[in-house]
Design a protein around this ligand. Structure first.
Ligand SMILES: N[C@@H](CCC(=O)N[C@@H](CS)C(=O)NCC(=O)O)C(=O)O
Length: 214
């Protein structure tokens, strides 16, 4: 028996509930009210692209739609927005046209990527004492210090009429994930902690907690 047309239309988000890049997409889906199913990637050490929805980068998240697969959080958020009937006002990375905002977005995404490498190295059994590992931790601490110092200026410079911004969603996912994966204690980052407490009041945050899939 063939599937109902609406079942074919329902996109599938492929990721993990413990992944910060996946959570960006989950928060956007919740904010935009886009119905989807969630498919967990069980083994992040797999080298088979089919386990990652066909993504040759062997990374999550991926959104499978009847039109094809969308690789990466930003592509997915844009596609979710196109599928949303409410289409709220979203501030996207290309709207960040002053240095403090553009640099904040760059450093948030780079911090997330650095964190992925640190976590994956640990999972893969790499040594903590290599020169590269030490440099990555320094990079992460430097970037977090910059974000803490500039947090107030960044939040004040975002367009006031926005309903949602990619920058705030990614910043929230970064800071809370550092604590969740015990990569860095975040309590000393007072401004970032204040931002996260405020942002966590959204229903989309309550609905998408980090947890390890069983
Ligand atoms: N550029 C991608 C990065 C995605 C990414 O790095 N995801 C992590 C999980 S949070 C991953 O798949 N890691 C697997 C690996 O590093 O092998 C995006 O923006 O979504």
């Amino acid at each position: 028996m063939s599937a109902a047309p609406e079942a074919l239309e329902r996109p599938v988000l492929i990721g993990r509930s413990s992944s910060h890049f996946t959570r960006i997409a989950r928060i956007f889906a919740a904010e935009l009210g886009v119905d989807h199913s969630f498919q967990v990637v069980r083994d992040l050490m797999s080298s088979n692209p089919e386990d990652y929805g066909g993504n040759p980068a062997l990374r999550i998240p991926v959104l499978k739609t009847p039109q094809g697969s969308w690789f990466g959080a930003l592509n997915i958020c844009r596609e979710l927005w196109r599928r949303s009937s409410s289409r709220p006002r979203v501030s996207w990375p290309e709207d960040l046209d002053v240095p403090v905002l553009a640099n904040a977005q760059e450093l948030v995404l780079q911090s997330m990527a650095t964190e992925v490498t640190l976590v994956m190295s640990k999972v893969g059994g790499a040594s903590d004492s290599s020169a590269h590992h030490t440099k990555m931790r320094t990079q992460l601490i430097n970037m977090m210090a910059w974000l803490e110092q500039n947090a107030q200026a960044v939040l004040a410079a975002l367009p006031p009429q926005r309903d949602l911004s990619f920058l705030e969603v990614t910043l929230y996912c970064l800071v809370t994930h550092l604590e969740f994966r015990e990569v860095l204690p975040t309590a000393p980052y007072v401004e970032l902690t204040r931002f996260c407490q405020q942002f966590a009041k959204r229903a989309s945050i309550q609905e998408t907690p980090f947890r390890f899939d069983t």
